[in-house]
Design a protein around this ligand. Sequence first.
Ligand code: AP5
Ligand code: ZN
Length: 211
Amino acid sequence: MRLVLVGPPGAGKGTQAEIIAERLGVPKISTGDIFRANVSGGTSLGLEAKRYMDAGDLVPDEVTNRMVADRLEQDDALDGFLLDGYPRNTEQAEVLDGLLLAAGVSLDVALELTVDDDEVVRRLSGRRVSKSTGKVYHLEFDPPEDPESDDLYQRSDDQPETIKNRLKVYAEQTAPIIGYYGARDKLVQIDAIGEVAEVTARALSAIGADK
Ligand code: AP5
Ligand code: ZN
């Protein structure tokens, strides 16, 4: 299955992507994770992306589109993938469609996770990530064993002012892709409020992968 996950910051895209991709047996491709790996590795891509990410703005399309095109060429990813955090504006959605068309394939589903802004702020302000394993926790909803551990860090874009800008960028630049996929009959929407397992069950059922 070829699937993209759409939803505001903190909707639980990364959390669900991990589980759903494993269930479908396809690679999970998260543009945010690839950018963050480049930032911590100090690559030129990371240096370029960092200032946009820290501000909560989108990294320029030419950088992001090239990075995704390169990744989709690996691991037979065009046969099946789950994209988390891409596309993030109509131009990226068009580029992805063009790339798939050129390869003779097409997208199956754009799965939208819906949550309200208050829940976004709750989820992002309590998020903590393990330096050693990369596992994502939440201080209240999925607490780590030792919340004071030095192994945990907070993402640099999870500060209140940056969260506010990320929500604004989502509304202005990303939300239009919901109409884009709706018009092409690719859109499936689910309520992403509730326990992680409940949301997964809704997602799998909505995309017909629960059998
Ligand atoms: P990216 O990493 O994609 O960030 P985002 O879209 O803002 O989403 P998040 O990762 O913050 O949230 P999520 O939906 O994955 O939620 P999660 O599962 O972690 O992008 C970061 C930056 O990179 C962008 O701002 C941009 O600069 C750049 N970028 C990336 N892609 C780009 C693109 N295509 N074009 C241009 N620039 C791009 O969950 C959040 C928290 O909630 C966690 O603590 C989790 O434990 C908890 N949680 C999850 N599910 C539940 C639940 N059901 N109930 C309670 N808590 C839950
Ligand atoms: Zn994420």
